[in-house]
Design a protein around this ligand. Structure first.
Ligand code: B12
Ligand code: SF4
Length: 617
């Protein structure tokens, strides 16, 4: 089920509100000497194709946005710690400006939940009287915020607050809290008082616990779905976030100083930039359109060019990745952005000569905008991750066909833009089909011949917040454990077969490996090295090298799972994960994020957990 929608006309913030709250907070900040640490949870078990390399070499935009928002609002004593770079970081050992920080934040995706819990658990080792105010956020809290709260007395690690939205929600909360903080009062003490007085109930997009022992609330109060900022130019500039990155290291503590500006690009090889949000399609397995309440949101071309230019001047960053869901959603906006990038100039000369970037888009929209590809190249676009899924449309129809996809890939190559297919393997797709394009290998081969430079093949896996999520569980498709090994959060990454109705799911696991092996191998590397010189030759070699190394990681991590699928007993879930702690809205109604409880009574009742062996699956 998708996140519920706010009423029409109330989904977006009034224009200028994010800009205004930033100004208001700057006035408040002068009266509060706050220190804050924002950590990013990262589970190293998830390191494999197709994200190996970029997963640890790109500062995630979420933590960077929250860090930028704090610095921009005047809270300059802020540090961002990435578990990707500081694997042993322990919040209980952190000191900033010589003291335990006032605010400790954890950002996480759902698949890094175990590490997010570990960070929360560790910060709970600090005595409650000195403990920072603890806030969780990121996509885990957008889709399953209840999962960051503990429900067992033996393991109480809950944050004080979960933010289920973007930077505006965080700033709105901070403004509310600081406005009622008394002189000399600790930040967490002020929070507990504000919470008990109901002051937080007017901040849409937060969840806090009430009752119960320390760290294990009896109930969760959910203030509802956030309102979204529509003009992304109002968001704080990312240049601020890169200035407060903790230095990579092996210690438990924070580094004495953040990374120097000149060192940032040594660790951050690619910089993600928010350019647009939202997607005009409505694929049943994707939570993105629902999250955006069917809105498309944009930054102006001028602002994007300014971000690239400043990041380049300040830190030497030159490679960018648009955190877009489908960059080509709207032709006019794309034209405006590309036009601005082509023209942008600063004291160091034309911006597009110093920066290169890539982004994501759907096949059909790339085709629709094909005439703009030369201008896109001139504007710095060098790689496009294309949502091919299954070219035949057997999984989802977004207007893509085999011929259309091939034409798009060839056009991209002709224009010097590397086509990077993103494919989705599913129960209905065989490994190979003779004389027909349905097979996974057939499609990989077609894409390879059409010029694909890299490859992403993920197994169709239920995604929280999507329309098909609950049904996938209720149909008994999702595994609970295989051969005694439980399916854990880090396996919900599309690299493991953890949801399937086929009789021999181990074959699906092998199919994923074979598809990569077919694409990334020594033979193709040699061919790439000796092929005639083209604009894309060096990229092809680089992706073959990364792909071959990544495949070794992938096989090492998933081979054991394949054997379990082959020989072990599969236990399945019969209903989706749901909150273990009762949730409600401040006025006692159903909580917006308590999704399973909101299912209509017509939905089939959850049956008992089922189990089967591969033979009878
Ligand atoms: C870029 C991207 C990637 C990059 C990430 C690189 C990097 N290091 O940044 C790559 C390509 C590596 C990647 C990989 C994967 N991704 Co990805 N990715 C995205 C994408 C398109 C953009 C992320 C982004 O930068 N957003 C912009 C920032 C500003 O938004 P944000 O992170 O949500 O942060 C905001 C809020 O969440 C909040 N916030 C964030 N942190 C915090 C913390 C606190 C304390 C507070 C208060 C608020 C807060 O404020 C921020 C500012 O508005 C998103 C979709 C999307 N549009 O967000 C998917 C998304 C994050 N990816 C997702 C997934 C599932 C994956 C994969 C598992 C692959 C897959 N199966 O799809 C892998 C995991 C790899 C790994 N080992 O981690 C899911 C996560 C779902 C979930 N429930 O957690 C998303 C949301 C897409 C989706 N809806 O399905 N991804
Ligand atoms: S096209 Fe991509 S981003 Fe858009 S709804 Fe489908 S899967 Fe999601």
């Amino acid at each position: 089920m998708e996140l519920p929608f706010r009423a029409k006309g109330d989904q977006l913030l009034p224009l200028g509100e994010l800009t205004d709250i930033r100004k208001r907070l700057r006035l408040l900040a002068a009266k509060h000497d706050l220190t804050s640490v924002i950590s990013c949870a990262f589970d190293y078990h998830t390191r494999m194709l197709p994200f190996l390399f970029v997963d640890t070499r790109m500062v995630p935009a979420g933590v960077r946005a929250i860090g930028s928002a704090l610095v921009d609002s005047g809270f300059t004593k802020t540090r961002i710690v990435l578990q990707q770079w500081n694997r042993r970081f322990r919040p209980s050992a952190m000191r900033l400006d010589g003291r335990i920080p006032d605010l400790f934040c954890v950002s996480s995706m759902s698949l890094h939940k175990a590490e997010a819990h570990a960070l929360l658990r560790d910060v709970h080792r600090i005595d409650p009287a000195q403990r920072p105010l603890v806030i969780a956020g990121g996509s885990i809290c957008i889709y399953e915020p209840w999962s960051v709260f503990s429900h067992t007395e033996a393991d109480p690690f809950s944050p004080d607050l979960a933010v289920t939205g973007e930077e505006y929600v965080f700033l709105n909360f901070l403004e509310t809290l600081l406005s009622c903080r008394r002189p000399g009062e600790g930040l967490r003490a002020a929070f507990l008082r504000a919470r008990d007085e109901g002051a937080l109930d007017s901040v849409p997009g937060v969840i806090y616990g009430r009752g119960g022992p320390e760290g294990r609330p009896e109930e969760l109060i959910d203030t509802g779905i956030q309102r979204l900022v529509s003009d992304l130019d109002e968001t704080p500039h990312p240049v601020l976030g890169y200035a407060i990155l903790n230095r990579p290291g092996r210690g438990h503590e924070l580094s004495a100083t953040p990374l120097e500006a000149g060192e940032v690009q040594k660790y951050n090889k690619i910089s993600s930039l928010v350019m647009t949000f939202g997607c005009k399609y409505g694929c049943g397995y994707c939570p993105i359109p629902g999250y955006n309440q069917r809105n498309l949101r944009f930054k102006s071309g001028e602002r994007i060019a300014d971000e690239m230019a400043r990041l380049n001047r300040t830190y030497g960053l030159s490679r960018f990745f648009g955190a877009d869901d489908n960059f080509f959603n709207d032709k006019d906006r794309v034209a405006e952005i590309i036009g601005a990038l082509e023209k942008a100039e600063d004291e160091q000369g034309p911006v597009h000569r110093r920066v290169l970037w890539g982004t994501e888009a759907a096949v059909n929209d790339t085709w629709a905008l094909r005439e703009m590809l030369p201008a896109m190249y001139r504007g710095g676009l060098r790689a496009l991750w294309v949502g091919v899924e299954d070219m035949t449309g057997a999984l989802i129809r977004k207007g893509q066909t085999v011929d259309r996809t091939v034409d798009v890939f060839k056009l991209l190559c002709e224009n010097g833009i590397a086509p990077m297919p993103m494919m989705m393997h599913h129960d209905g797709q065989p490994l190979y089909t003779r004389g027909r394009p349905e097979g996974l290998l057939n499609q990989v081969n077609v894409l390879r011949k059409a010029g694909a430079i890299g490859l992403q093949v993920l197994m169709m896996t239920p995604s929280a917040g999507s329309k098909m999520y609950e049904q996938a569980f209720r149909s008994g498709m999702v595994y609970k454990s295989v051969a005694g090994r439980p399916v854990v959060d880090s396996m919900f990454d599309g690299n493991y077969v953890i949801a399937s109705n086929v009789k021999k799911p181990w074959r699906k696991q092998i199919n994923l490996m074979l598809a990569y092996l077919f694409f990334y191998n020594g033979f193709r590397l040699i061919v790439a090295i000796f092929r005639k010189r083209t604009e894309l030759k060096s990229k092809q070699i680089a992706f073959q090298v990364i792909g071959i190394i990544g495949l070794a990681f992938t096989i090492r991590r998933t081979l054991g799972w394949m054997f379990r699928l082959m020989f072990g007993r599969i236990h399945r879930l019969s209903e989706p994960f749901r909150p273990a702690i009762p949730m409600r809205s401040p006025d006692g109604a159903i909580a917006a994020h308590d999704l399973p409880s909101q299912m209509s009574p017509a939905e089939p009742a959850a049956g008992p957990e089922t189990s089967c062996t591969p033979a009878d699956a």
